[in-house]
Design a protein around this ligand. Structure first.
Ligand code: ZN
Length: 243
């Protein structure tokens, strides 16, 4: 089986569509592993849910998915994120709301764990440092945990008996040797590593290899839709710079 590993789509339909086309051009995929935050920030929440549901997939809940339907307080959101969450709710169909409401916090796919933030605190915790990751390795049992939430493509690698290291997610990463991994494919709909191109990974289960890709998309199309929707200006601008 081959999986498209997608995190933080964030209602960015143009980015989501280009990523799926790119994945098809790489030989395609059997299913999508979605790491949460389908909605929030961007202009097309319901179409993104609909597009995801057109494919075989599994998905875990992100903080924005639950904030949009009022299942989670926006108390810890900054003003722009809160404004976008409040805008998103009424854009959703009743099926869309029910779909987000039913998302699990954590999924196990063979020896790979899927969460949005971290295996310790699946909804909220950001994994950016070796210290964060060190603690997280104790909160899943298998070989690899896939995370999103930070929108930064990272690979935390913990070889047996050695210290954990963190690096940018490489173009190709085999799950080799006795190491354990926490991997973030980066954000589809709002990359935050200074590169505005959409970020995602393909996982080949037979080869046990992750491949990381960057995909250009029509940023201006998404920005125009956001302006039409009246979404906060800062959220519009950041897409062009990738932060
Ligand atoms: Zn996010």
């Amino acid at each position: 089986m081959r999986y498209a590993v997608l995190a933080d789509i964030h209602s960015n339909l143009a980015a989501f569509e280009r990523v799926l086309e790119h994945a098809q051009a790489q030989g395609g995929f059997d299913a999508i592993w979605c790491l949460g935050d389908i909605v929030g920030y961007g202009p097309d929440p319901q179409p993104c849910i609909d597009l995801l549901r057109q494919h075989p997939h599994v998905c875990v809940a992100g903080n924005h998915d639950w904030a949009a339907i009022g299942k989670l307080s926006t108390h810890d959101f900054n003003a722009d994120a809160r404004a976008a969450a409040l805008w998103t709710g009424p854009q959703l169909s009743s099926e869309g709301r029910a779909y987000l409401d039913a998302l699990p916090e954590r999924l196990e796919q063979a020896d790979i764990t899927l969460v949005h933030g971290s295996p310790r605190w699946p909804i909220w915790e950001y994994l950016l440092t070796v210290h964060d990751a060190e603690d997280s390795f104790e909160h899943f049992a298998g070989r690899c945990c896939l995370v999103g939430h930070s929108h930064v493509p990272l690979a935390f690698v913990k070889p047996q008996g050695q210290n954990t290291s963190v690096n940018r997610l490489p173009a190709e990463l085999p799950l080799a040797g006795d190491a354990r991994f926490i991997l973030n494919p980066g954000g589809v709909g709002q990359p935050r590593d200074g590169d505005p191109r959409a970020s995602y990974a393909l996982y080949d289960e037979r080869e046990r290899v992750f491949r990381h890709f960057r995909v250009p998309y029509e940023v201006a199309v998404t920005q125009r839709r956001m302006i039409e929707a009246g979404l906060p200006r800062r959220l519009v601008e950041r897409l062009a710079q990738g932060w």
